[in-house]
Design a protein around this ligand. Sequence first.
Ligand code: T4K
Length: 383
Amino acid sequence: MIYFKKPIYVTRPLLPDLTKYVVKLEEIWNEKYLTNNGNQHKLLEKELKRHLNVPYLSLFNNGTIALMIAVQSLRLAGEVITTPFTFPATPHVLAWNGIKPVFCDIDITTLNINADIIESMITPQTTAILGVHVFGNPCDVHKIQEIANRYGLRVIYDAAHAFGMKINNRGIGTYGDISMFSFHATKLFHTAEGGALAYNDVYLKDRIDYLKNFGIKNEEEVVMPGINGKMNELQAALGLSVLEYVEDEISKRTVLFDTYKRLLSEVEGITICSNMSCYPDEIVHSYQYLVIKIDKELFGCTRDYVYAQLRNNNVFTRKYFYPLCSDYPCYKHIITASASNLPIANTIVKEVLCLPFYGDLTINDVEVICNMIRSYRNSGFSK
Ligand code: T4K
């Protein structure tokens, strides 16, 4: 018997009360201002700066274009050291900027770029380190900054999964030169599609805002080859509405996280690997994903078997981030993409599974999912 009559997805978007959004739409209708830094945009930028504890912030139509512009704004070239265990957008923005991604292996616990290896990947062509706070686990920001300072490198963080995260009471977006947040519908805070760059340097503000608006400074001056990266008013209004619900969503996710932890963390062969605090720092987590690692020897069956069985039962988990970016046809020729250079990433990518995690799930749903997973223990290695 299939318990779930309707599919259970890895996530569902956080949707505000429609009437609240309609009120904002009416404001937009009255203004007849649909994009290009209108009132909703200005307000959201201000609210997010406060919420994320960052001094400067620019909004974008999506996180990928934001990251593209982050790379452009720092005039990076040559090689950038990054992780293979991420969404395709991360290395793609380097390729679109004519930069060679250099793949560095990941840390077995945080699943982030291994800061202890970065130094060995630096060449005379290296201009930056592009870390990803994957699944909302923070990179080793202190060690990465120390290496960057020593070699004169820039640091960009793909903070797509790290909305609202803090390290030692500092907004995650204040570490490194620039951090990118994604506001895609699947993210805890979203604008359907959207993103932002956060940074500390006031001189970047004009440059980044010109780059996302065709390089236009004013009606008579185009000062650089920009692109169209602007967030529109409908997106910004949705963001303002969603923002009101974020704290409540985090409270709900906290309860679900604790339920998953209670039912899975003691199971031999399963490790919960999101919301980790691996450094002495004090972390406020993003509650973006609920991720487990399945050790096939100890659990007695593979991650892929668990994925397939759950799918047969209408539970659609995700194998983020399989395959590794280093295995894509466009990158696998790069020397650092070889499996021998990335032993941990190549192991982890076969073990990680993202489980359903969103406020509309019930505790009972989570209990049923966990019981299903526990029942697959010692089902064999056949799949
Ligand atoms: N860097 C990192 C580390 C990232 O993870 C991402 C995006 C980026 C950069 C780029 O940022 P953006 O340019 O996207 O702002 C999803 C998201 O599309 C993507 O934004 C996200 N990472 C990635 C981890 O997940 P898919 O291909 O898995 O999405 P999709 O459509 O299969 O959605 C997953 C599940 O969510 C669906 O099975 C059902 C549910 N869903 C999805 C959507 C879109 C809904 O219930 N409603 C919806 O509207 O990539």
